[in-house]
Design a protein around this ligand. Sequence first.
Ligand code: ZN
Length: 446
Amino acid sequence: MDSLHQDGPALTPAATEPSRMMDVVRDLYPICRSITGEGLRATLRYIADRVPMEIVEVPSGTPIFDWTVPDEWTLREAYIADMAGNRLVDVRRHSLHILQYSVPVDRVVPRAELAKHVHTLPDQPDLIPYRTAYFARTWGFCLSHRQWESMRDAEYRVVVDSDIAPGAVSYGELLVRGRSEAEYLISAHSCHPSLANDNLSSAAVGIELARHLLDLAEAGLLNRSYRFLFAPGMIGALTWLARNESHLGRVRGGLTLSCLGDAGPHHFKRTKAGGSTVDKAVAIAFRDAGAPVTMLPFTPFGYDERQYNSPGINLPVGCLMRSPNGTFAEYHTSADNPDFLSEAALQGSLDRLKEIVAILDADARYVRTDGRGEPQLGRRGLYRQISGQAAGGGSLQDSMMWVLNLADGDHSLIDMAERSGKPFAELLRAATLAREADLIRAAADA
Ligand code: ZN
């Protein structure tokens, strides 16, 4: 792993493929996804074309803790037409137009009745809202308030050609295997229809992070394993947890990813425990990169971190975001579209994630070979090596002193980085030199 850190966390943005992640966002944006169904499958297949991900199908009715896998929603067509047959609202034009899990209907309805099935945002009159009704057995349309205000006919024809029937819930799973079976989970909800930041940004960043880790694994440079889940919110995570309960002992923690492509600064919602290895690695990665991050306390709302942190599961999983869900005006509206995102913002999120994972992957505890006093660095050629560096030589020497003092089997490199304020990469470099000089050896896997 040294190669990741040799020159510090200078993982510069890749200038060679400037629009790769935005291409993913744009490709996936039009698809009408939901928590089940063909839109979700098409999305997972798209991701599986880019990384060797398995797509898992779990039949409707399968018990999942206190839930069961729901019936599958298939939508073929949905529109509101005037009596002349002009389609005024059509899901083919925007996938947000349909209330998710709408039941079939084909009727002429008076405007007053249609009004009960129409969802708008009077405060944001040009935007289409995102609405779901997974278990309500109703139908509905979402449209801009301005459009609805313009629809003044006495009656309209409404058509929803759909069914809700036994099928399956689908999720994608990719395990990137490192040397150790200990693994970290990286999970992104993949069920929203045409919404870009929430959460196609995470599909785009997740694909690139997975590719990066696959490359490292292939080069033999990955210590731990990383499991990627692209799954419908809540039911996907619950389904994976229920099917993998016996395996959860290997999971050290993880991150849910959401809203990674807007212009806002990063936020990290801590794990429920707080102070876990993941919480520390995130803080150190941002500190060392000189990048701002706001640490948010854990709340049992938001994304699947609340499933992972539930009392019977207890995995320390936090959530990395730029602007947090619910805090930006575009959230859950048609304004959360690809224009709201930028390649640079996605790249910044990817860079931080690579650094976080590099820290998680290189973290280790050491013990001194002979811990009595301070070893003679000069005799081992180390003094010259660490003080002779043109830039930051003194700093590396300080980091060496920290490593030699905290190599007590209790402090991991992450703990040392936290306690010393020294960059993680520099402590890792010092630890590598000390190990090569036989001054320290690895304790049990951190
Ligand atoms: Zn959402």
